[in-house]
Design a binder for this molecule. Sequence first.
Ligand SMILES: NC(=O)C1=CN([C@@H]2O[C@H](COP(=O)(O)OP(=O)(O)OC[C@H]3O[C@@H](n4cnc5c(N)ncnc54)[C@H](O)[C@@H]3O)[C@@H](O)[C@H]2O)[C@H](O)CC1
Ligand SMILES: [K+]
Length: 496
Amino acid sequence: MYIGSHTLMKRYDECLLKHGYTIEQLVDKASDCLLKHIHGESFSIVCGPGNNGADGLSLAIKLYQQKKNVQVFIFENTNHLSKANAYYLQKCYDLSLSVYLFQQDNLEELVGYMTACDTIVDAIFGFGLNSSPRGIYQSVIESINQLYDQEVIAVDIPTGLQCDSGKPYQSVIYATSTITLSAMKNGFLNPDSYFFTGKVIVEKLDVDDVSEEAGLYQMADDKMMFPLLKERIFDGYKGTYGHTCLITGCIEYKGAALLSAKGCVYSGSGITTVMSDQEVIHALTQFCPEATAVLRPPILQKEDFLRYDAILIGCGLGQSLDSYRYVIDVLEKTKQPLVIDGDALTILSAHTDLLKHQNRDIILTPHLGEFQRLCPFDSQDDMLLVAQDFAKEHHVVLVLKGPYTIVTNGQESYRIRAGNKAMATGGMGDVLAGIITSLVGQGYPALQAAMLGVFIHGYTGDLLAKEDYTVIPSKLIEFIPKAMNNMIKSNPEVTS
Ligand SMILES: NC(=O)C1=CN([C@@H]2O[C@H](COP(=O)(O)OP(=O)(O)OC[C@H]3O[C@@H](n4cnc5c(N)ncnc54)[C@H](O)[C@@H]3O)[C@@H](O)[C@H]2O)[C@H](O)CC1
Ligand SMILES: [K+]
């Protein structure tokens, strides 16, 4: 399933136009999609001035041609309409379909008309709405929301719901169901949006597939992720599964280093070496005896890293002057695939130029706050686009942590369907960084390692959250091998 935001959906339409479709054809295909899910005999189709309204008008024509009882309501003078809207409105007039033009002074009659029908179609605004509906549309929305006996079907998005966040503007339609076109809207991933959308049906237009060209995201679910995890091989030994080096921890933040090391070991790394301070190393022997350790030298040299397959820097590294130097040394002197997390990301924020000319896989794992430092953005920005552009510009795989974590390399972009609110505890990100590094060390390509790491982490948390109110990192780690085994066993390609 594809997912779009308002900018990505606009881009999707532009790609289709570039492929030679006309906007009138696209609207016609959109109304074909709607028609499949519309039942009943009498309809009030409430249309705005843009292409969402055009979808409504084109649908009205098709229902009318099926001899249904159809009334169309519009609120604008014809000089404010989009091209497709004006085209289909003229067609309605040509067919003598009942079109009512309402203005503020006769608006109270609207409710009377709508009460007489079975189904109201909300084709007022879709992804083109850029603020709370202005002018007469506020009152129109309130009028529709007064009616309780009618089914309300929203075209693409309930009018007044924000496409990207799923939060309502001041006035918003409460729909019974929403038929959303071409892709799931990002805002619908917010569970609170269900109050407004009702049941969501995703319908693809019968057109060339331009989803990837437009940069739409894909939902990475069990079906996509289970087969990515490879079975362990019959004659594998520790050398088969990679040697990882974790430059983590300091006296003040030992826990983060311990959790990332254990996450790395438990998700299958062949050998995990923690390069840290003496105090961290001492604690590691108690917490995770399987990990090996080396004392972190004051200045890191290329030779210190020759035996490793993957490097992690961050996870409790702190932000001391030494930590700054470690981050710069690692970026300048090593060549291995690299995972950068936590404090190391904050340090990197002031030196993003170091990401230039890095001829290797780099995975960054910020949460939203760390990402804000790396790439200052505005709260109104389209994060799907911001994340994608950042990854493309800096040639990295970006893991932007949050609900349905974003994973993108700028070309391919995913939302990962795993994880839950019980996992919102300190140390969770350190475990994730450990898992991803382990997978990189085991030879997974960077994008796959990032996706799979986020999925394993979230999937394990989901299994635990079935029984537990909170999911604690150290408990999650213990459960990783079982969760990975579940994934392998549930994968039909392995079991058959
Ligand atoms: N590939 C597809 O999925 C297709 C989807 N289609 C439909 O087109 C709409 C988007 O159409 P667009 O014309 O870009 O936007 P809207 O109709 O949502 O609204 C534009 C319209 O609204 C005015 N406006 C914007 N903000 C406000 C406001 N706060 N108050 C009042 N008016 C506002 C703006 O000036 C414009 O006049 C999509 O949702 C689908 O339904 C097409 O069928 C093509 C294929
Ligand atoms: K709508």
